[in-house]
Design a protein around this ligand. Structure first.
Ligand code: ARG
Length: 465
């Protein structure tokens, strides 16, 4: 960024000395808001077109502005645009460049508008596009997840509560639990998009403008659902950024839970799954290491996103109406949230379809840990034993199993009958892992048949997006 020949400030009229060099840098946002150049230009194009339609600009002036702004867009895209700190932000940089290029007409672009409604418009346009690309990436991740779940609908693994073996479930069922979280995240994102997609343009500095502007026209040109209702609120509202970051925070929380399990499951102690080498890294000292860096890093990144949510909430807390310079601080947390979420989703959407299940290890782990103990209790209940007594009987059987190092299914009928003579030969059907999962045969249950159907429903829903 060069500032050799200090451009004149667009607001310099009432000032009698140049801005302090430090203050200039301190108050500028150009380092981070230049990424909104495309949306700033689109907002300006819509504004100028509307000004021409209502007779504030001539058609010729609009044409000059349009040609000039499109040329500026190309300059930025070619990396030729000289951003200037003394022009503070993306809005004034582009406007000043427009005047350089087309002369006096460039100075007419800002008629009936303020940077306050301009910046609010730009962020919404920018965020709307990013929401749409995040939605696509989230869908790609869910598609991978659901198809893996369908393939693993009858792969048996231990289900856990308190991270202790609880009951057998299928791997497909577990994968679909993650999909449910992501499904809710998607719905939250779409809900947030509705409130992002409102046009503040025309609110001007805070009170509206004396020109005969057509806010419905600019809203429509920019693809917004409608103009916002109140000019004061329009320039000061950043709820939409907070809402988006809250969505992101929950999504990242879900990805961190997902990550935690992947990290555990790739360890030698669990050995439930394999991640492909291309998603892992090694150790510079321990040659045997294959570290699940991608899930670890995703798990770690929830921290910054949660931090951004708190930053934005705190930024808005107690702010008086209407626009305050504080609001310039909305961008870095919002942009970093967007970048982080996109990277994490990309990593996961690429990685998830490449997860492979170590079916033998999962099965073996489910065999250990008495995962069919509840099935034995339910069996006794079906034979007329009250549930609390059944619980006690099975508890004693488990204690015996721990002592003898035997799973329930490995005990002989005689061994089992020590604890209850109600137990008969038919008990072994319920003690098998396959019998146990197949018996949870209802919507939301882990029976392979149900998991297949649930995966199909999930995939149909994704197809409707
Ligand atoms: N760079 C400013 C921001 O990000 C643009 C709006 C400035 N408005 C003003 N009145 N100083 O919020």
């Amino acid at each position: 960024m060069t500032d050799k020949d200090q451009p004149i400030k667009p607001w310099g009229g009432r000032f009698s000395e140049p801005t302090d060099a430090f203050v200039e840098r301190f108050t500028a946002s150009i380092e981070f808001d230049q990424r909104m150049y495309h949306h700033d230009i689109n907002g300006s194009l819509a504004h100028a077109k509307m000004l021409a339609a209502v007779g504030v600009l001539t058609d010729d002036e609009y044409q000059q502005i349009q040609t000039g702004l499109e040329a500026i867009r190309s300059e930025v895209e070619a990396g030729e645009f000289q951003w200037s700190v003394s022009l503070e932000d993306v809005h004034m940089n582009i406007e000043a460049r427009l005047t350089d290029k087309i002369g006096i007409t460039g100075k007419k672009l800002h008629t009936g508008r303020s940077r306050n409604d301009q910046v609010a418009t730009d962020i919404r346009l920018y965020l709307r596009d990013e929401i749409d690309s995040i939605a696509k990436e989230l869908t790609r991740l869910q598609q991978g997840l659901v198809s893996l779940a369908s393939n693993e609908a009858d792969t048996i693994m231990p289900g856990f509560t308190h991270l202790q073996t609880a009951q057998p479930v299928t791997f497909g069922h577990h994968l679909l639990a993650w999909n449910e979280m992501l499904q809710r995240d998607y719905a939250r994102l779409q809900d947030c998009r509705k409130r992002v997609n409102q046009s503040p343009l025309g609110a001007a500095a805070l009170a509206g403008t004396t020109y005969p502007i057509d806010r419905a026209m600019t809203a429509k040109l920019l693809g917004f659902e409608a103009p916002t209702e109140n000019s004061l609120d329009s320039v000061s509202d950043r709820d939409f950024a907070i809402e988006f970051t809250a969505f992101a925070s929950l999504l990242m929380t879900h990805l961190s839970r997902f990550s935690e399990e992947l990290v555990l499951w790739t360890s030698a102690q669990f050995n439930f799954i394999k991640l492909p080498d291309r998603f892992c890294t090694g150790s510079s000292i321990m040659p045997q290491k294959k570290n699940p860096d991608v899930p670890e890093l995703v798990r770690g990144k929830v921290g910054r996103v949660n931090g951004h949510l708190i930053s934005l909430l705190t930024l808005m807390k107690s702010q008086p109406l209407a626009y305050n310079k504080d609001n310039q601080e909305d961008k870095e947390p919002l942009f970093d949230t967007i970048d982080t979420v996109k990277d994490c989703l990309k990593a996961y959407a690429d990685m998830v379809p490449a997860i492979t299940a170590n079916k033998e290890s999962m099965l073996e782990a489910a065999r250990r840990g008495f995962s069919t103990a509840t099935d034995l209790a339910d069996y006794l209940v079906r034979k007329g034993v009250p549930f609390r007594d059944a619980h006690e009987i099975v508890g004693k059987s488990v204690a015996y199993g721990v002592e003898q190092n035997k799973d329930l299914s490995e005990m002989s009928l005689q061994e089992l009958q020590q604890f209850s003579d109600t137990i008969g030969d038919d008990v072994f059907e319920v003690l098998t892992l396959e019998g146990s999962v197949a018996a949870r045969d209802h919507i939301g249950g882990t029976a392979p048949k149900q998991v297949k159907a649930a995966a199909q429903r999930a995939s149909d829903k994704l197809g409707e997006r």
